[in-house]
Ligand binder design. Sequence first.
Ligand code: SF4
Length: 327
Amino acid sequence: MIQFQYTRATQPKAAVDAVTKEKNSMFIAGGTNLVDLMKRGITVPQRLVDINRLPLKDIKKEGSSLRIGALALNSQVAENKMVLQSHPLLAQALNAGASAQIRNMATVGGNMLQRTRCPYFYDTTMPCNKRQPGTGCGALEGYNRMHAIFGFSDRCIAVHPSDMSVALMALDASVLVTGPSGDRRIPFADFHRLPGDRPDIDTTLRPGELITAVDVPDSPFTKNVHYLKVRDRASYAFALVSVAAALDIKKNRIEGARLAMGGVAHKPWRLAEAEKFLVGKPVSEATFTEAANIAMQGAKAFKHNAFKLRLAPNSIVQALKTAAKLV
Ligand code: SF4
């Protein structure tokens, strides 16, 4: 284990000041990903600023949104009555993630910031542009079964591992942050980045910025929702493909739809064209199959993940059917 300094902050401003004043400083909350990264020498902070005592754990109504504090634990959010009533899709996605032990440690902010599980990123003997820019990508010509089919670049084909973030993407959430230049709100769709030529940068957070909360706006998607996660094991495995599906159905007609996928891109992947197609259509397997075909336009596979080109549309149809209670 590397040597590092440790500071505990009790207010957001003090935390931001502490992380800003010293180079290579990082916030730590649950540490469920960061400690692994430090043990392997992938992330080497000089100072950790412990934010666990910041007053950012509340889950409360705020106008027409539910505001979830960045330090609320994944398990607390998944069991919260307001979340279960107004955003059951989010609860389902949280319960699909990791293990019960990790959900009891991991925070909402940390979940969004977890790094890819690409095996080459964690193997410091292999090239990886995300870990060490300019070294190459071990996965491009390597074993790329878990990798992206959308939005990748010739520098990186990794996927984002969070389940919770897929639901937040579908639910049009936004991320509240505070930093050296003050507070701002980031639409969830703009929070995670595609790799482009800088795969080492995962998000649009600016240096020193701290996530304080996530706002999830009220929506009609309270009944017909489903989070489908397809993975190699029934528990404690990352998604090969996941689908967050939410429908607003009136008299067998789709009034509104939200769809996002995980395990397919460097960020949670919103299926906007398929959503548009679904609105106004009757609830049927044929409708869902056509939406899935639209969603898959532009997908491209690598040597070992071609199965995702079939798994993904099949998963979309299955998630929509389950959300619509057709199965
Ligand atoms: Fe690294 Fe991305 Fe290539 Fe994986 S896919 S080896 S994370 S550059």
